[in-house]
Ligand binder design. Structure first.
Ligand SMILES: Nc1nc2c(c(=O)[nH]1)N[C@H]1C(S)=C(S)[C@@H](COP(=O)(O)OP(=O)(O)OC[C@H]3O[C@@H](n4cnc5c(=O)[nH]c(N)nc54)[C@H](O)[C@@H]3O)O[C@H]1N2
Ligand SMILES: Nc1nc2c(c(=O)[nH]1)N[C@H]1C(S)=C(S)[C@@H](COP(=O)(O)OP(=O)(O)OC[C@H]3O[C@@H](n4cnc5c(=O)[nH]c(N)nc54)[C@H](O)[C@@H]3O)O[C@H]1N2
Ligand code: SF4
Ligand SMILES: [Mo]
Length: 726
């Protein structure tokens, strides 16, 4: 008789939402994954990507052992041989050409687990190169930079207290599809719906009528890149009509007069044309927002990766602070995570900006990483410091970084490249060695990062649910072994190298879980400070298979505002210096042509989930969306194959006419276009779509942080049979 499956509980690590999953396992195989109704954070919510982890686990195309590239294609090699070779070849390049000759790119999945976070940072220390890159330069760097300028700390990121707010003002985020970002949002649907259910109001500004618009009372089309002007328009009204919170401003903030003077230049009537938001709406919403005791403004990717990322991200927090919606229930608050990596990052000096610059274009580092749009030129341009070797960990820059095709060409000319990845894809195909980790279900999991960005304080540890096959390694083991191999072959010892040696020793001794235990015990709820019966440690967490609830967000001003004066800086000169550029942008807006924005869908995740049959079935989700007015003007209809061109390239895709995008704006999702990996990702190869980053410009970056402008790329669209054939 068949025995019943064993039931395990764990957290999905694909996106930031941290959904609890109930995983049924039989004979060491996953038979079913569903939402865990008892999970303290996600309360049963799950999206289609969670259950799809079963298919990912079984995917025959997923790599399970190390591969070496040869003239005959990729062949299997042993772990010891691969790690020794990788360490030796990277060390040899660094011995001959200096530490900066080897670069590293850390991709998005490295943020989604404690092992990968610890291992990746260790490898960075071991490499000791200034050519470190990560996905944040296509993502959150403007937000991080704004936090550094305002709060004196890069990791002081505010979160909307969505569970207690009565007015939710959202700019450029699509949590209904993305699961929330810098707003880790368990139970996504109920939390979004909750605002209106309790009688609150939800206002959304987005150039596309997104999935999130279904939860909002009002959706307003906004011209890409113009949010900073809209936010200044709202501040204009709030200052002019004395709607600000005087007490909060005097006690908590510096620079009010300067901010007020700038806002005075942005009357709602002035910004109406360039933003597309009628002045009457700007006035009404500013008044409603300021007068609602529990209100919060929140902005994400649409702001962060626009032409004015730092300025608009700063202004969202400034709006919260000026109106007294900061560090209070229902407003913008900070998390109090059980493992306080915010503190660790501070101790390690990880937050910073402009301490060094890229060699060729002179773009600044943020948090120790340079903009990934500089990778190709740093690989191509000869001279001291040229990148000759490359380590990519859980990243697919050929599809995820602007002008990805150029990156692909640059990778193919490197002396040596190693990839730590689970697929042989558009990027990893250029590697000399691929070191694949075990899949997520085969390792323990704790969201070291996303608990620090969550809308409620909780903690949860997940055990592996599948016994891994023999002769496999986890991400953290690969990264520790690679760091050790490299350190053993380096010529000159350095202080950073010595610290890396110690961390290798520590991770080998304690493992990622052991280090997590130390962080939990010394964290704000830890048994190091609270009596052991109450205090948290890993052992206690292991027993709580649905997680531990640590309560709603709580005031954290003193811990998170770390400026010299102890007050929030409302007029950081570095950021406000960008206002004249904004004014020029407004003046030129009327003459602007078509611009491209991105699009996420619940069934995909950046560049790597297209090899899962259950996720890619159904209608084509990769089409270029075009407004009927633009379609009519260009003489195009739904289904036409069109050529979309920009300064850097062109793609040919099918288009759909829809009123869901605003006139003058077209939308294409990123992460598609898998033709180059046709033999190795066989399901993905059949998925329609093109690489949006083949037409996103690597030179089109925001000036303060060098962040890629992914939203608002100037393009032209024409029928594919017109002009020169591709
Ligand atoms: N045009 C445009 N470009 C964008 C964006 C956009 O909105 N528009 N979004 C940007 C954003 S926000 C981000 S974060 C980046 C993401 O871009 P990347 O940082 O490049 O990350 P992914 O595209 O998610 O690719 C993840 C890689 O990790 C591998 N992988 C998956 N799980 C694991 C694992 O557990 N271990 C290891 N070692 N590997 C694993 C996958 O096979 C894949 O190769 O893309 C950015 N690019
Ligand atoms: N299903 C799914 N979930 C994901 C991912 C995924 O690829 N798929 N990726 C994950 C990652 S790495 C991240 S960083 C998060 C991102 O999470 P979100 O930021 O919530 O997701 P986006 O879809 O990028 O939302 C950005 C929105 O901004 C709009 N927009 C574009 N330009 C502008 C502008 O100038 N102004 C305004 N106001 N809006 C603008 C876009 O139309 C889009 O709806 O999602 C994560 N979750
Ligand atoms: S929303 Fe989907 S992908 Fe994100 S954590 Fe939940 S199940 Fe996983
Ligand atoms: Mo991201």
């Amino acid at each position: 008789m068949a025995h019943p499956p064993t039931i395990h509980f764990r957290t999905c690590n694909v996106c930031e939402a941290m959904c609890g999953m109930r995983v049924a396992v039989e004979d060491n195989r996953v038979v079913e994954i569903r939402g865990d109704r008892d999970d303290v954070f996600s309360r049963g919510h799950i999206c289609p990507k969670g259950p799809a982890m079963r298919e990912l686990q079984e995917d025959p195309d997923r790599l399970r052992f190390p591969l070496r590239r040869t003239a005959q294609g990729f062949v299997r090699v042993g772990w010891d041989e691969a790690l020794a070779e990788a360490g030796e070849r990277l060390a040899a390049l660094q011995r001959a050409h200096g530490p900066d000759s080897v670069a590293m790119y850390l991709g998005n999945p490295t943020a989604h687990g404690h092992g990968a976070i610890l291992g990746a940072n260790l490898l960075g220390m071991a490499l000791g190169t200034k050519n470190r890159f990560d996905s944040n330069s296509q993502d959150a760097n403007p937000r991080i930079y704004a936090a550094l300028q305002m709060f004196g700390e890069a990791t002081s990121l505010t979160l909307p207290d969505i569970d207690r707010t009565d007015y939710f003002l959202v700019f450029g985020a699509n949590p209904a599809a993305s699961g929330g970002s810098i707003m880790t949002l368990g139970d996504v649907r109920n939390r979004l719906a909750g605002v209106r259910e309790r009688g609150g109001k939800f206002i959304l500004f987005d150039p596309r009528k997104t999935e999130t618009a279904a939860y909002a009372d009002e959706h307003h089309f906004i011209r890409p890149g113009s949010d900073a002007a809209l936010l200044l328009g709202m501040l204009h009204v709030i200052f002019a009509e004395n709607l600000y919170d005087n007490g909060a401003l005097t006690d908590l903030a510096d620079g009010v007069a300067e901010l007020r003077a700038i806002a005075a230049r942005f009357a709602p009537e002035r910004i109406e044309g360039p933003t597309g938001i009628p002045a009457a709406d700007v006035r009404r919403i500013a008044r409603e927002f300021a007068r609602t005791p529990r209100a919060v403004a929140y902005g994400r990717m649409g702001l962060s990766t626009s032409a004015f990322g730092p300025l608009s991200s700063f202004l969202v927090d400034a709006l919260n602070i000026v109106t007294g919606h900061f560090d209070r229930p229902g407003g913008a608050m900070f998390a109090t995570p059980a493992a306080d990596v915010v503190r660790i990052a501070r101790i390690l000096g990880m937050g910073g900006h402009g301490r060094f610059r890229s060699r060729v274009r002179g773009l600044p580092e943020v948090g120790g990483n340079l903009p990934a749009t500089t990778m190709a030129e740093e690989m191509e341009t000869p001279g001291p410091g040229q990148i000759r070797g490359f380590v990519v960990v859980a990243g697919n820059p050929v599809l995820s970084v602007p002008n990805g095709e150029r990156i692909g060409r640059a990778l193919s000319n490197l002396d040596f490249m190693v990839a730590v990845d689970i697929y042989l894809n558009e990027t990893t195909r250029h590697a000399h060695l691929i070191l694949p980790p075990r899949y997520a279900l085969e390792r323990s999991h704790y969201d070291l990062l996303f608990h620090t960005l969550a809308v409620r304080n909780t903690a949860k540890w997940s055990a592996p649910v599948i016994e891994p096959p023999p002769d496999t390694k986890d991400d953290v083991e690969i990264l520790v072994d690679l760091a050790a191999s490299l350190l053993g072959k380096r010529l000159s010892p350095s202080p950073l190298g010595a610290a890396a040696e110690r961390l290798v020793g520590l991770l080998n001794k304690l493992g990622a879980d052991g280090l997590l235990d130390v962080l939990l015990r010394t964290g704000p709820y830890g048994d190091r400070f609270l009596p052991s019966s109450k205090g948290l440690n890993l052992e206690k967490l292991k027993k709580a298979e649905h997680g531990i609830d640590l309560g709603p967000l709580r005031p954290m001003f003193r811990e998170r505002v770390r400026t010299k004066t102890g007050k929030v800086r409302l007029a950081p000169p570095e950021i406000l210096a960008d206002v004249p550029r904004l004014e020029r942008f407004l003046d030129e807006a009327a003459a602007a042509g078509l611009v491209l924005i991105g699009r996420r869908h619940m069934r995909n995740n950046n560049s790597w989930m297209h090899n899962v049959p259950s996720l890619v079935k159904g209608p084509d989700r990769s089409m270029l969306l075009v407004h009927p007015k633009d379609a009519a003007r260009l003489g195009l209809t739904s289904g036409t194959r069109v050529r979309v061109r920009s300064r850097v390239g062109e793609v040919v895709v099918a288009m759909a006419v829809t009123e869901d995008v605003m006139p003058g704006v077209v939308s294409l999702p990123h992460g598609h276009g898998h033709a180059a990996a046709a033999d190795t990702m066989r399901v993905a190869a059949g998925v329609p779509g093109a690489n949006a980053n083949a037409i996103t410009d690597d030179l089109h970056v925001e000036p303060l942080t060098g962040t890629a402008i992914l939203n608002g790329v100037p393009v032209t669209v024409e029928a594919a049979d017109a002009g020169t054939p591709v």
